[in-house]
Ligand binder design. Structure first.
Ligand code: OAD
Ligand code: ZN
Length: 245
């Protein structure tokens, strides 16, 4: 299976990677769904919607602060590293992620399309205020306030009911339209519109390869489904291609 994946990648002219929370699971960052998933213990309506934020900004911020602390301590795992090296080698053109943890970039990936934002970026909620900043560490005082106008700052991430950032989404669709292969790693694919990306590639006749510890809605249409942990599977691929360790 790993050999087939290597051949698919070598034959592709424009391969893209599409990732979700599962790619960071082996870095110790919990996924959202499934056993032990965040949405089992936490209420997405309270923590990941604009309504929840306005109801209790402190609660939302304390949850994001905890996640920032976890992400700051986490290290990219072999999945992130091999994906970055595939890109360096030219075997993968673009990495599109639903993750907000920045681990692809920390592993050396360039030009990552972040469909759901980034946990280190914050933006002002004040009317007419355009203040944005990238934090170097979790905010000491929560909820943090805008240095320009004093309004509440919010994480610059996509919450349920919110549109995706326009530039990132158009970029992702453009890449998917060009792609002749999509490597889908560690995503349940249930959150739309992000989850459409692999379908676009497939509709245009591209190859779909999936790496996941379980079956998903993509598995039926996958040309190759590799059952396993992203870090382990991709470390093997990296070994075969001589780019890892
Ligand atoms: P999910 O939690 O929905 O799915 C994680 C996927 O990773 C599942 O299919 C698991 O089987 C798989 N998985 C778990 N561990 C793995 C491993 N070690 N190797 C490979 N696969 C593994 O996460 P996403 O698909 O990313 O949105 O969820 C999409 C969006 O829903 C997130 O971006 C977030 C969430 O609500 C927002 O916050 C807007
Ligand atoms: Zn402001």
């Amino acid at each position: 299976m790993i050999e087939r994946l290597a051949r698919f990648l070598e034959d592709a002219e424009h391969a893209i990677v599409f990732t979700g929370a599962g790619v960071s699971a082996e870095s110790g960052i919990p996924t959202f769904r499934g056993r032990g998933g965040l949405w089992e213990r936490f209420d997405p309506q309270k923590l990941a919607t604009p309504e929840g934020f306005w109801e209790d900004p402190m609660e939302v911020w304390s949850w994001y602060k905890l996640r920032m602390e976890l992400i700051a301590r986490a290290r990219p795992n072999p999945a992130h590293v091999v994906i970055a090296r595939l890109q360096e080698r030219g075997l993968v053109k673009t990495i599109i992620t639903q993750n907000i943890d920045g681990l692809h970039q920390r592993a050396g990936a360039r030009d990552v399309v972040e469909l759901h934002g980034n946990i280190w970026r914050v933006r002002c909620t004040g009317p007419g205020c355009r203040h944005r900043e990238t934090l170097a560490e979790p905010p000491e005082e929560i909820p943090p306030r805008c240095p320009a106008c004093g309004s509440l700052l919010r994480p610059d991430v996509v919450w349920f009911g919110e549109p995706l950032p326009f530039r990132e989404w158009s970029r992702a669709v453009e890449e998917a339209e060009r792609a002749d292969l999509v490597l889908v790693v560690g995503t349940s694919g249930v959150v739309m519109p992000a989850g459409m990306i692999p379908y676009i590639v497939k509709r245009n006749g591209g190859v779909l390869v999936e790496i996941n510890v379980e079956e998903t809605g993509y598995t039926q249409m996958a040309d190759l489904h590799i059952r396993g942990k992203a870090g382990e599977v991709l470390a093997q691929l990296g070994g075969l291609l001589g780019i890892y360790p």
